[in-house]
Design a binder for this molecule. Structure first.
Ligand SMILES: *Cc1c(COP(=O)(O)O)cnc(C)c1O
Ligand SMILES: [Zn+2]
Length: 408
């Protein structure tokens, strides 16, 4: 256990109890809710953005809860492109629609932003073994950073429910994999239970508040990439709900530190077969009822989200929206983004686009809207029907020429 960095407080999101040191299980010992890291005082605009050097998460280290001398375990994560997608925008009735392409991170998802910070902290604290439960991307990311740090990685995954590209990553990065019977929620539950009993082990799920700190940098980047403006809406997929909490925290910090004046409205999107947060939000409930999740978007196939409380707060404080989309809508949106803009994302990352098909017009034509496209399409090829046999096969230039003449 190590002391929290100078100038930072670890605080329960529910009862406000504060802690001096990182608590192994990352839950409040009084009320069992999650803990978050809070910076005392503020960071200036120059302090936050003034650093020259590599773009990415560590550029913002004045806003990260680690002492200046700690050396990052990094693969150059963050600094992802913000792309104006005018063709998709036109189809959903928005002139200023952008994609923040998080699939360009080192292991192909936004998870790397959080992982670089949480692994750095864990290694600093003497951890020798990193553990997570995962629908795939957390495992892939953790395995990469564990390899980078030279420590052992152990992941639990729901058996038969992870896209094969992600499994390939976990194996290639050299992590040990344990399959759990049941869904992600079952895997996370047993993982957190055994974790608290083993020394020198650190949990890398998004219940770990250092993950959230890394992921909040997405907000800092968007503000800068939009020309020092806060978008009207940020639309993103919600699974375990760490990322919506993180990005909202980032925007609130910008505002609280006097760097920005506005806040975006957060739009959380879930799959129709796994929408506990949408249900709670739409019915104005103060708690989330767990469901049996079932969606093709495996990264958000989660029925009992750990960060539900922070997610509901983000949606409510921002006067946001929450809605669900079907798997069919998700697959269509994924193909459309790839074939009209050249951005290939995994199914979970397409749910914001699918959602805008329904609510784009409501947001107003001139609204600035940023979709967080969370993961790379190459990770999940199961849902793209590859029918090689039905494509034409040629044996010489004449045949090829006549085919091309028909196409041109
Ligand atoms: C993890 C993940 C999500 C969901 O993020 P949460 O923080 O769990 O809500 C969405 N899309 C992709 C590609 C992911 O890897
Ligand atoms: Zn508490």
């Amino acid at each position: 256990m190590s002391r929290v960095a100078e100038g930072w407080t670890l605080r329960c999101v529910n009862c406000g109890a504060t802690y001096e040191s990182d608590v192994r299980s990352y839950v409040c010992s009084r009320c069992s809710n999650l803990l978050e890291l809070v910076k005392r005082g503020s960071v200036s605009k120059r302090g936050l953005y003034g650093e020259v050097g590599q773009p990415g998460v560590w550029r913002f280290r004045k806003a990260l809860p680690l002492e200046a001398e700690v050396r990052p375990v990094s693969l150059s994560e963050g600094g992802t492109p913000l792309v104006h997608v005018s063709r998709v925008g036109a189809r959903v009735g928005l002139k200023w629609l952008y994609v923040k392409n998080e699939g360009q991170n080192p292991s192909g998802s936004f998870k790397d932003r959080g992982m670089t910070v949480s692994v750095t902290r864990a290694v600093q604290g003497g951890a020798k073994l990193l553990l997570c439960a995962s629908t795939g991307n957390t495992a892939a990311s953790m395995a990469a950073y564990a390899a980078r740090a030279g420590v052992t990685a152990l992941v639990t995954v729901p058996a038969g429910k992870v896209a094969s590209g992600k499994l390939a990553q976990v194996i290639a990065y050299g992590a040990k994999m344990i399959r759990v019977e049941g869904d992600f929620d079952a895997a996370l539950k047993i993982t957190l239970k055994v974790a608290s009993e083993i020394k020198e082990l650190a949990v890398m799920n998004s219940v770990n508040p250092y993950r959230i700190e890394g992921q909040k940098t997405t907000a800092y980047e968007i503000f800068e990439q939009m020309g020092q403006k806060v978008p009207d809406y940020v639309v993103l997929p919600v699974g375990n709900a760490g990322n919506i909490s993180a990005i909202w925290k980032g925007f609130k910090e910008l505002r609280d530190w006097g760097i920005s004046e506005a806040l975006p409205r957060m739009v959380g999107v879930q799959a129709a077969g796994a929408q506990p947060i949408v249900e709670a939000f739409q019915h104005g409930r103060d708690s989330v009822t767990a469901v049996q999740p079932k969606t093709i978007a495996s990264a958000i196939n989660i029925g009992n989200p750990a960060s539900w409380k922070k997610a509901l707060a983000a949606l409510r404080e921002s006067s946001g929206m929450a809605l669900a989309v079907t798997d069919e809508e998700t697959i269509a949106a994924r193909m459309e983004l790839a074939s009209t803009e050249g951005i290939f994302v995994e199914p979970a990352s397409a749910v914001p686009i699918a959602a805008l098909k329904k609510i784009g017009l409501k947001l107003g034509k001139g609204a600035t809207v940023v979709c967080i496209c969370t993961g790379n399409g190459l990770k999940d090829q199961e849902s793209v029907k590859v029918q090689l046999d039905s494509n034409p096969l040629v044996s010489g230039p004449d045949q090829l020429a006549s085919l091309l003449a028909k196409t041109a």
